[in-house]
Design a protein. Structure first.
Length: 159
């Protein structure tokens, strides 16, 4: 499964709506979490932009605070966190209009050497994906901006 991540800016800042490429300029600063997928994605997508990444042990809300305090122009957040943050901090930040910046895979950490467990989990997940169970669960629980991988096998519709 994958979660979509979007850019978030100050509530009054519309400069990047449907124009994220504008960010790839040294005049702008992006904020991510150092050493995480957010920093990597922002650095890859906007290599010319300045960065002001927060330290690895910082909270995600520090990314939003850096944008609010004008230490950065945008940050990249997952939808669930951003919605919760915006609900608790009304009118401070907003999602920049446009497509997701990245689709981030959800992972399950395992101990080193747990190959049999990993293979068992992979097999079970493949079955759930191919049988569309994951799609159904995403729909049932209205998991915003969560996407299931495409099935490995495409079965043609019956007649």
């Amino acid at each position: 499964m994958y979660n979509a991540t979007y850019l978030y800016a100050r509530n009054d800042d519309m400069r990047f709506d449907n124009n994220e490429k504008r960010l790839n300029d040294p005049a702008y600063t992006v904020v991510g979490l150092e050493g995480s997928v957010t920093a990597s994605a922002l650095n890859l997508k906007f290599p010319k932009a300045q960065t002001n990444h927060v330290p690895p042990m910082a909270n995600k809300s520090d990314q939003a605070l850096n944008v609010l305090n004008k230490k950065g122009d945008v940050t990249m957040l997952d939808v669930a966190f951003a919605n919760d943050y915006m609900k608790k901090n009304l009118g401070l930040i907003r999602r920049v209009k446009g497509p997701p910046v990245a689709l981030v895979p959800l992972v399950l950490p395992l101990n080193i050497g747990e190959y049999q467990l990993k293979n068992m989990i992979d097999g079970a997940l493949n079955d759930l994906i191919n049988d569309k169970v994951i799609d159904d669960l995403i729909q049932q629980y209205k998991a915003q901006e969560t996407y299931a991988p495409s099935p490995d096998v495409k079965i043609p519709p019956g007649e």
